[in-house]
Design a protein around this ligand. Structure first.
Ligand code: DGJ
Length: 726
């Protein structure tokens, strides 16, 4: 007991000293130490004026411990010191052959760029260090924002051209991070494809470069802008993990590079592919934020730090945002076949189950009877809704639910009035093919007139109807990203401007309609990243709603993103891949995120409805714990026939354990599930799914002995609620 108390006092005093000194500056040695609750990060200026990385790891209280910023010596004419120095933000110039943070071409063709320290400024928890080229007034202002309590540091850069000639940037990165010299590092990253997003990969870091990226125009289904590097043997709750996530919903790139000198460098920002961003004299460009952190307690803590950051600092209303309501979405039930009577019937049934937000998906506008027509014509389809949408919305509201509407604002079908009127509005290279995907083309949102048009019709919808929610979809990736209306040298700004304008529209909508919420969807999880999370309340995780597949998708998703944002629906079986799992299993899988129902409720039996009502009521009891609490991934679907996840409420008073078994071999007992994050000295009352409260255990026992749950046969599932006793 005394040890626990001592630890609490120590932790508290560390937290206090940390909060007083988020940014420390040793003026004599020109060293900055940035400190959060979980990490310190240090940089310094070498005598030659270069900004060098000095430390990234657990919190340091003594600035003097940080070594001086000293440049190395050349080893040979093939190993110049520049390749050994850990430059914090290297320009491409001199003998530097690793991935640069900034690469430019001047109008006169000169490309050499060597950045040196000029000045710095501290403003609250933000440090800005300005570097400048040795000859020209080309500046890189490096921004460091310290989120002390979240344990995260955000880095981004503003590149400014104060010189007299134009430049074009071929690479503009947000940050370069260096890991401590070492070997045996392991990289974790998320990859996938449509309907199989966020699959977790782990592989050794070797010499050479591994590139994670998107060239798709959006963050993408294939790779997600998140990484974690551990010392090689970290587990969920043990070991050192360095991690980061890029806040950008367009072409992004994160390279992980091990040099011949045992240095591991991570560089991330705008994708360099097809990137050419011009800066006239006086112009500047800001790169996306690259959030990074360090965990001494494994991948679990790394995820929890990011989750907390997202909930408190990133999501639109921060910690004040409400937990996600239980949602119904019509897509899987009715697809394009929506009309007032059909939606009303679904809404009545959804309300009886306890649904709080009813979302009508695709099919309500233009000539949208299938995916061949209608996108771009955002007027209510008069055949399907002869009296407009107000009748349906009022019914939904009377049933006690909010109403949400599906839109796909950036897209247009060639068979639409919009395209007939403005064929020039789509991105295109004149005279070249316009590749259709799902029979649609992409409006060039980089154009101001297109941006205003999109804002205009969304504004009109939000102003006309009592809308609480837009599901903003994007069902294809970029192709032929031409912008013929601007000069050739300006055209590739499209990659950046498109995303900026997408953000701007959501920002303006939210400012004008403070209660409006937005879901980011892109054929499932094609646009999930920390950039979009600044503007939306949840994201559609995957078009694959099959519950067993979802366990893996959700495991990957949870590495980087909090449960609150993870839209998860219960849908009908057999599902996409022909698998049938019990309704309870489907509910318990979906209740680990923002619960939604996508089933055709007209087909629900009385028994299904009873179970659904009970599960939705349970979800409302536990959702604060799941959505706002701390996640512990106890057993992984990648390595066990049993998957177990535990969520502990922020105040530690409640916890909930979800467990799933997919295929028991005859007589094989289920594994013990060791709980985490409990107070060993406290007692917990266990509550079963059926509401029985007949067992009590200490936190010590639950964490040391674990629970062995009765999970039998195929696709069995259960949940246990734990209530802390005084
Ligand atoms: C793709 C989305 O992921 C689905 O949920 C649905 O909204 C369809 N688009 C509608 O076209």
């Amino acid at each position: 007991m005394r040890r626990v108390a001592l630890f609490v006092v120590l932790a508290l005093s560390l937290a206090i000293s940390v909060s007083a000194q988020a940014i420390r500056f040793d003026e004599g040695r020109k060293i900055w130490v940035l400190t959060t609750s979980h990490s310190s990060y240090a940089i310094g200026v070498s005598p030659q004026g270069h900004l060098l990385h000095l430390y990234w790891g657990g919190p340091l209280w003594r600035t003097e411990d940080v070594p001086a910023a000293v440049e190395q010596r050349d080893i040979s004419s093939f190993d110049p010191h520049q390749m050994l120095d850990k430059e914090e933000f290297p320009g491409w110039g001199g003998p530097r052959y690793y991935e640069p943070a900034l690469k430019i071409t001047r109008a006169n063709g000169d490309r050499d760029l060597v950045l040196r320290y000029v000045s710095h400024r501290v403003d609250g928890n933000e440090l800005t260090i300005t570097l400048k080229d040795i000859n020209d007034d080309i500046e890189a202002a490096l921004h460091y924002r310290v989120y002390e309590s979240s344990g995260i540091i955000a880095r981004y850069a503003t590149i400014s051209n104060h010189s007299k000639q134009a430049i074009t940037m071929e690479s503009a990165q947000s940050a370069t991070f260096h890991l401590p010299a070492g070997e045996g590092y392991r990289l974790s990253y998320l990859s996938g494809r449509w309907a199989a997003e966020t699959q977790l990969n782990r592989e050794p870091v070797h010499e050479g470069m591994k590139v994670l990226e998107s060239r798709l125009g959006e963050s993408g289904h294939n790779l997600n802008p998140w990484f974690a590097i551990d010392e090689g043997s970290a587990s969920e709750e043990h070991g050192k993990v360095w991690f980061g996530a890029l806040a950008w919903s367009g072409n992004w790139r994160i390279s992980v590079e091990q040099t011949p000198y045992r240095q591991v460098r991570v560089t991330g920002g705008f994708n360099t592919f097809d990137f050419a961003y011009p800066l006239k004299p006086g112009e500047s460009l800001q790169t996306p934020e690259f959030y990074a952190g360090f965990s001494e307690n494994g991948f679990g803590e790394a995820s929890r730090l990011l989750h907390n950051l997202e909930r408190t600092e990133i999501q639109p209303q921060g910690a004040k945002a409400r937990p996600r309501p239980v949602l119904y979405n019509s897509w899987e039930a009715t697809e394009f076949n929506v009309n007032e009577a059909g939606q009303t019937a679904l809404a009545e049934k959804a309300a009886k189950l306890g649904v709080e937000l009813f979302v009508m998906d695709d099919g309500w506008f233009g000539k949208r009877n299938d995916d061949h027509a209608g996108l771009g014509d955002w007027v209510v389809n008069p055949q399907k809704f002869p009296n407009g949408l107000n009748g349906l919305i009022q019914t939904v509201n009377k049933l006690g639910m909010d109403f949400g509407l599906w839109v796909e604002p950036e897209m247009v079908n060639p068979d639409s009035d919009l395209y007939r009127a403005h064929p020039d509005w789509v991105m295109n290279f004149p005279g070249r093919p316009r590749s259709e995907l799902r029979n649609q083309l992409i409006l060039n949102l980089a154009r101001n007139d297109v941006k205003e048009y999109v804002f205009g019709f969304l504004d009109k919808l939000a102003g006309t109807y009592n809308l609480r929610y837009f599901k903003w979809d994007m069902n294809r990736t970029f192709a032929e990203p031409g912008w013929p209306e601007v000069a050739a040298g300006e055209q590739r700004k499209l990659w950046v401007m498109y995303v900026r304008n997408y953000y701007e529209i959501m920002d303006r909508l939210r400012a004008k309609y403070p209660k409006l919420e937005i879901e980011s969807c892109s054929g499932g999880g094609g646009r999930v990243d920390l950039g979009v999370l600044r503007y939306v309340d949840e994201v559609w995780t995957s078009d694959n709603t099959e519950a067993f597949d979802r366990l893996r998708i959700q495991e990957g998703f949870s590495q980087a993103y909090a449960a609150k944002f993870m839209s998860a629906w219960v849908t009908d079986v057999p599902n996409q891949n022909g698998r049938s799992t019990p309704l309870q299993y489907r509910f318990l899988v979906a209740m680990q995120g923002a619960l939604g129902i996508g089933s055709n409720l007209n087909k629900f039996s009385e028994e299904d409805s009873k179970l659904a009502t009970r599960m939705i009521a349970l979800d409302k009891r536990i959702r604060e714990t799941v959505q706002l609490g701390n996640l512990f991934r106890l057993l992984s679907p990648r390595t066990s026939d049993t998957t177990a996840n535990e969520y502990v409420s922020a105040d530690g008073k409640e916890a909930v354990l979800f467990a799933f078994r997919h295929s028991q071999q005859y007589n094989t007992p289920p594994p013990a599930i060791y709980l985490e994050g409990l107070d060993p000295r406290a007692e917990y009352q266990l509550e079963s799914l059926e509401g029985r409260r007949d067992e009590k255990f200490s936190g010590a026992y639950l964490m040391q002995n674990g629970l062995t749950l009765r999970l039998r046969g195929d696709f069995d599932s259960t949940a246990v609620l734990l209530h802390r006793m005084q």
